[in-house]
Design a protein around this ligand. Structure first.
Ligand SMILES: [Zn+2]
Length: 461
């Protein structure tokens, strides 16, 4: 099976020009250019290289989101099952819980309230919760993963993944099964260098990055913003879930390469990490910070950072080329729509919202304008639109204007920075405009704007 440059199976969508036609067309123009300059031999070489270049369809813009999602359809995944999954994923204990720059994890998760994480060297009874301690290679340190992410029984329902490979290894999934299989199947030796981090550790790591950026000449606000592109703020790291691990590997010279932003290309090209990219989904594991999702995640590419989501989700995410956030959106779309009174549920099946989540960075005292277009597709009416900014830094102190939606009326304000607008039921394109202002003394305002469309189903509030 053909793989793209992430090691994922190529998905051909069959719209527009085929990959071969696209290559042929670019090769012909290259040939024409080179021939015009008298370098026919060079033109023929370019022509041959262009035609022979392998396709990269999963990252191919010709594959629309809808086309990729169409491949996710599975007869066992009924709307009721998808809805249950989407609801379950709101609990931080669920492997699909979404953590990003806007959404945080409870500070005491996964340990019970009142218990204190010490370390794997000093585990008091019960203090570890369901965390399993693992040695970090070449150090005297330990790291920890939640038991399910380290070693779990594979689900009975599916014996093979979408690409025909056997699920798991010896009836298990998770990082342990992947490390074992790497050695047995691929001859690659993989190691976990960092896994669970309690809130305080993530806070210390982030503060350390900020201090380094300031030592490099940035002021505090700029240092925070710069650090937040490659390190999660405390509360916002997948490492706090206990289901995420940073990996390294035994290199050809016997050493264990370090990792970091400057090692990404070397790591990607290595044999062990190529094996991981091609096989991780069989063990329920996916890469979070892909280089083709930097705009969406707002984090740099991290080829070492892998997350356990369960084999069913990982398989679908690879088959359909979806991130965790996109897969959750797919679940919400496919699930039975919630009734109107559950207005907190995100649903976008009847209205297309441009840039449904958008990060805005504002300087102190700056007025920012957030703007979206919402298109009511008209298949079913929707009646309310919740505009919900999530303030990452506590810098937005003033809301000088009400959000405005063409033809809509504000109906209530549930929090200081949240508005619900009644939208027209008629199909059509509507513009939302909302101006916000940061406090003059604020360091930096980061605003993740979420637009939540709520279906009416004929019910009234
Ligand atoms: Zn990581």
């Amino acid at each position: 099976m053909a793989l793209n440059d992430h090691g994922f199976p190529v998905i051909s969508c069959g719209t527009g020009l085929s990959a071969w036609e696209t290559r042929l067309s670019s090769a012909i123009s290259a040939l024409a250019r080179a021939s015009a300059s008298g370098q026919l031999w060079l033109g023929l070489l370019v022509f041959g290289m262009a035609v022979a270049r392998p396709a990269q369809a999963a990252g191919d813009p010709r594959c629309s989101r809808a086309e990729r999602l169409a491949r996710c359809a599975h007869p066992a995944l009924t709307p009721a099952r998808l809805g249950a999954l989407a609801r379950a994923a709101r609990r931080p204990s669920h492997p699909l819980f979404l953590v990003d720059r806007a959404r945080a994890i409870p500070a005491d998760f996964p340990l019970a309230r009142g218990s204190t994480w010490r370390s794997c060297r000093d585990p008091r009874p019960g203090a570890l919760g369901d965390l399993v301690c693992l040695p970090v290679p070449r150090t005297n340190r330990f790291t920890a993963l939640r038991r399910g992410a380290w070693d779990a029984a594979r689900p009975r329902r599916s014996a093979r993944t979408h690409d025909g490979l056997l699920v798991g290894h010896r009836g298990r999934i998770g990082f342990k099964a992947m490390l074992d299989a790497g050695l047995r199947e691929g001859g690659v030796e993989l190691f976990i260098t960092s896994a669970f981090r309690p809130y305080a550790v993530q806070a210390a790591i982030f503060e350390d990055h900020v201090a380094r950026e300031m030592a490099g000449g940035l002021d505090h606000g700029a240092a925070v913003a710069a650090s937040a592109t490659y390190s999660a703020r405390p509360g916002h790291s997948e490492h706090q879930l206990g289901t995420t691990a940073d990996l390294t590997y035994r290199a050809a010279d016997g050493g264990l390469p370090g990792f970091g932003r400057f090692m990404a290309h070397q790591m990607r090209a290595s044999k062990p990490m190529r094996w991981v990219r091609a096989n991780a989904h069989r063990f329920g594991i996916v890469m979070t910070y892909r280089h083709d999702r930097v705009a969406a995640t707002q984090y740099v590419w991290e080829p070492w950072h892998w997350r356990f989501v369960g084999v069913e989700a990982a398989d679908a995410m690879v088959a359909c080329d979806l991130s965790v956030a996109e897969y959750l959106e797919h679940l919400h779309r496919a699930a039975r729509p919630p009734p109107f009174e559950h207005a907190d549920r995100i649903l976008r099946d009847d209205a297309a919202v441009t840039q449904p989540r958008r990060l805005i960075v504002a300087r102190p005292g700056e007025r920012v304008t957030a703007r979206w277009w919402v298109t009511n597709l008209g298949s079913r009416n929707w009646s309310a639109l919740v505009v919900r900014p999530v303030v990452v830094a506590d810098a937005l102190r003033d809301v000088p204007s009400e959000p405005r939606l063409d033809g809509c009326v504000p109906v209530f304000e549930s929090t200081r920075l949240e508005r619900t607008l009644v939208a027209p039921a008629a199909p059509g394109r509507h513009e939302v405009v909302w101006q916000l202002e940061t406090g003059a003394g604020a360091a930096l305002g980061e605003l993740s704007m979420a637009v939540v469309v709520v279906r009416s189903d004929g019910q009234t509030r």
